[in-house]
Design a protein around this ligand. Sequence first.
Ligand code: COA
Ligand code: AMP
Length: 635
Amino acid sequence: MASRYHEVYARWKADPDGFWAEAAEAIDWSRRWDKVFDGDQGVYGRWFTGAECNTCWNAVDRHVEGGRADQLALIYDSPITGAQAKYTYAELKAEVEALAAVLREQGVDKGDRVIIYMPMVPQAVFAMLACARLGAVHSVVFGGFAAKELATRIDDSTPKLIISASCGIEPGRIVPYKPLLDGAIALSRHKPERCVILQREQFSCDLIEGRDVDYAEAVDAAKTAGTAVPCVPVAATDPLYILYTSGTTGQPKGVVRDNGGHMVALKWSMENEYGVKPGEVFWAASDVGWVVGHSYIVYAPLLHGCTTVLFEGKPVGTPDAGTFWRVISEHGVVALFTAPTAFRAIKGQDIEGVFVKKYDLSKFRTLFLAGERADPETIKWAEQKLERPVIDHWWQTETGYPISQNPVGLGQLPVKYGSPAVAMPGYDVQVLDDAGHPVARGTLGNVVIKLPLPPGCFPTLWQAEERFRQAYLEEFPGYYKTADAGYIDDDGYLFIMARTDDIINVAGHRLSTGGMEEVLAEHPDVAECAVIGIADAMKGQIPCGFVVLNAGIERDHGEIEKEIVALVRERIGPVAAFKMVVTIKRLPKTRSGKILRGTMQKIADHEEWKMPATIDDPAILDEITTALRQRSAAV
Ligand code: COA
Ligand code: AMP
């Protein structure tokens, strides 16, 4: 089939308002918009101003009323616990409505914030949708973050209530959530009034009298009472959620997502970009704590009337490298979306693809990869073993859905390995030099998007409009700065090569090295430090810390390094995957005092590097090379 991509992209470019107005017809509105796009509102304009809608209605109730009541909406598959559960759209509605009744009884109203700190269980999805039903704003916090990170998010979003669980489960260990939750509330200035706690059978926790509510008891009572909770109409521009993502400091950025534009964009993406039809089974093997989980485990598949899969497990080890293929065959999955790191993990354990052959993948059509650069070797391996298209696509927490992709829904374009293909309708992607001038095709530069951003992208940061302007809009006036470096080739294909800031991508998880440096600097023996991301065959990158100790420290350096590793785990959480510290005598700096992190990274990755002309003392780089060599010999 010839691709319609070029025609559709040109149609969007010629008439963006007309294009999005047409896409918006696929959504139910309780009040239609005054303007499709109003450039006078918000920082760079707002979409569907004047309109009213409800995201839960469109994701759940509409399908119950429209003939999908008995179709599966959600399949929970948990190889880590051995549990499975299935919910039809009617059952999903009953769960969501009952939880919404509980939240309303606890005083949650339109506009109130609710933090959801949950493992990958169906109740996490119910919680998100229950908030959406009430017009409350959820903020999901990934379970691998520590108490301090949770406390930062509590203080920033000031939730009225937190929904959590007794534990998460990682391979070989139970992660009790309650001590993390209580620790976070003790640390935070803002104190939520209530916590609703789901007791899991693997591990139960004590509840605090007067503050904590038992999830199951409260939901059962609401179901018995049969309390109806209608979907509360909200402005299309009202926030649906806040999702914190790493910024360039330890203070994460609260990415805000609205209701109206978000629904329009996600619904459009399912058919046109992912090539999936209502009623089909779609699986994003991510976590609800990340944007991929928000968009493609929960909202997009449900808005589209699909069946979504919620997977509590890992690509390998739960129990083996065939788990993904087992889930696909057992549930009839047509499209899988995951991070390249998951495939590198599978490939590492099943290079011959023995497990792939064991399962019936006849319904499976496409594999989508995102979250980090997909290395061509991994893509080729997946293509060979699966004998299906493997689609690399590029996006960010900020955009909420793909910026560039090979749009299988519109007809697949030729694949270029290493490229997440072409800009999607809505996105005018350009590459500028540091002075803000367009560069020639094929030349590396700053990847930017011409404003306005399309519907679904973030309109601002939560209560931080100035930070939003400064971080994203100021450097290249008229454009959104993606903070990715890359180039566009003669055919319009994008190549995303690296971040231009301090963000690193560890196993598909976005982390700030600046945030880690803040933690290292807290250790009493550390005088100076730098954290860089170094190459890792499975996780893509892993953090590596360099520390200079205070003068006169005589303690064993190995002990101090262990303490530093433990400190990062305690402050940021296990997800930081911070396990490597190298003690050095001095940090390499320019004469003006800037730490030469780029050169350090090249040395650590055994890449070719040039002596920076501005270096203060070239001998320091030899010291670093020696320290790294000694460390590798010791490990
Ligand atoms: N709760 C508590 N701890 C968690 C956690 C959670 N939700 N998620 C991860 N962790 C812990 C892990 O147990 C591990 O702890 P350890 O240091 O004690 O071993 C640590 O955080 C690092 O986790 P991770 O980097 O994920 O490594 P891993 O070895 O556990 O798994 C992969 C590696 C590749 C299998 C896994 O990272 C993966 O599936 N990644 C895909 C990521 C993804 O879906 N990204 C979203 C974009 S699509
Ligand atoms: P996150 O906000 O966690 O989704 O991370 C976004 C960042 O991940 C982007 O800015 C990129 O640096 C990187 N990224 C995501 N998808 C891709 C991709 N397909 N190719 C290259 N980098 C990617």
